[in-house]
Design a protein around this ligand. Structure first.
Ligand SMILES: *Cc1c(COP(=O)(O)O)cnc(C)c1O
Length: 375
């Protein structure tokens, strides 16, 4: 008996609320006076599925998308094939020698991240006698991608280096925007404003803010914002309540319940020990599913309104929760791991990480259920 494609026997379901993603995009866009918001859908739409996420955002009115890898740009071009006008797709990781024709053929915009990449694109534009679109990324404090200070000054002094390129965006990226009081926020904003005044004007304008910086205020909005993680429900910072709608929930069904009466240990390393009568429920979720091992003996789960602690180490495929307070539950009953009682950020806090890592780690073995969205 072969199950149909896409079918899974997995007892764990990841639910993605596409309407919430569309609402979150509108919430972010409407925080700016100019209402121009791109969407970052790198890493498979932050782990939630590039195609459903991108189609939902396009249906909500988003016409500009950012990915990290050229491969994702090609995948997205395929997803949007036939959609007119084709949403714009910008690849942030930068232009590699030999990839120029791929960008041109699929109408992808490379982010030009150093003088060599500018030169590559300009040479290619001249050769094919087309003024092709690109973004220019200037580093203002990440020391990661983008033109460094010296390179930016070179372009300011020799603007003809951009001649023949259809410059669409000037961009940079914030280092500390999730900490609103951090002094680097203003420093980067000023450095970027100065660069955008002195560099050749891009057709679409300047963009600095990702999710968190969108909440720093209008000075950070420039002409476009470029949010990612907040689209998927993660909080922009730890100051006050999360203004975003939750997007993901994770539910699993109990595989087995063990009644323990004498002193006994639970899981690898015997890191949890029970002394008296205890009920331990086992769930088919493990670190191979992105349920991080650092959640061992720390995370919480919920059965209805009742909180049940994760006890013992997270294994590759299994976790154990203490359900002693719930004598009535058994195999097949649902346990919520991410949901109304604890969001992605709460789980990230328990794991000692950030919502980004929880989302992008969510495993391939879960059943995936998409609700809402553009069908
Ligand atoms: C990831 C990324 C974004 C989106 O950041 P979020 O914090 O997820 O909103 C924007 N710009 C660049 C350059 C990025 O790497």
């Amino acid at each position: 008996m072969t199950p149909p494609t896409g079918f899974t026997y997995s007892p764990t379901t990841l639910t993605v609320d596409l309407d919430a993603i569309a609402d979150n995009w509108r919430i972010l866009r409407d925080r700016t006076a100019h209402k121009r918001a791109a969407a970052v859908v790198k890493a498979d739409g932050y782990g939630l599925g590039l195609a459903p996420v991108a189609r939902t955002l396009a249906a909500a009115g988003c016409d500009t998308f950012f990915v990290a890898h050229l491969d994702a740009g090609l995948e997205l071009a395929e997803i949007f094939a036939g959609r007119a006008p084709r949403p714009r797709i910008c690849v942030m990781n930068g232009l590699m020698p030999g990839h120029e024709p791929v960008y041109a053929e699929h109408d992808l915009w490379p982010s030009l991240n150093d003088l060599g990449q500018i030169d590559l694109w300009r040479t290619y534009c001249r050769r094919v006698e087309r003024k092709l679109p690109a973004a220019l990324h200037c580093d203002t404090g990440m020391s990661r991608t983008g033109l460094d200070r010296t390179e930016a000054e070179t372009v300011i002094g020799e603007p003809e280096r951009l001649t023949g390129i259809d410059l669409r965006f000037l961009m940079s990226h914030m280092a500390c925007a999730d900490t609103p009081s951090h002094k680097m926020n203003r420093e980067q904003q000023q450095r970027f404003a100065d660069l955008s005044n002195r560099l050749p004007k891009p057709a679409e304008g300047a963009m600095l803010a990702a999710s968190s910086a969108t909440f720093l205020g209008p000075d950070w909005h420039f002409d476009w914002i470029r949010p990612g993680v907040c689209l998927y429900g993660v909080r922009p910072n730890t100051d006050g309540p999360n203004p975003m709608r939750p997007v993901v929930s994770l539910e699993s069904k109990i595989l087995q319940v063990r009644q323990i009466d004498a002193p006994e240990t639970v899981g690898y390393g015997a890191s949890h020990r029970v002394e008296g009568p205890t009920r331990i429920a086992t769930l088919a979720v493990g670190y191979a599913d992105g349920y991080l091992r650092s959640l061992s003996n720390t995370a919480k789960a919920f059965v209805g309104e009742a909180e049940v602690p994760v006890v013992g180490r997270v294994s590759m495929d299994l976790i154990t929760v203490d359900v002693s307070g719930l004598p009535q539950i058994g195999p097949g009953d649902s346990v919520s791991l991410i949901g109304p009682h604890q969001d992605v950020d709460a789980v990230a806090d328990q794991a000692g990480t950030i919502g980004y890592e929880i989302l992008t780690s969510l495993g391939a073995r879960y059943a995936r259920r998409y609700i809402g969205g553009a069908a």
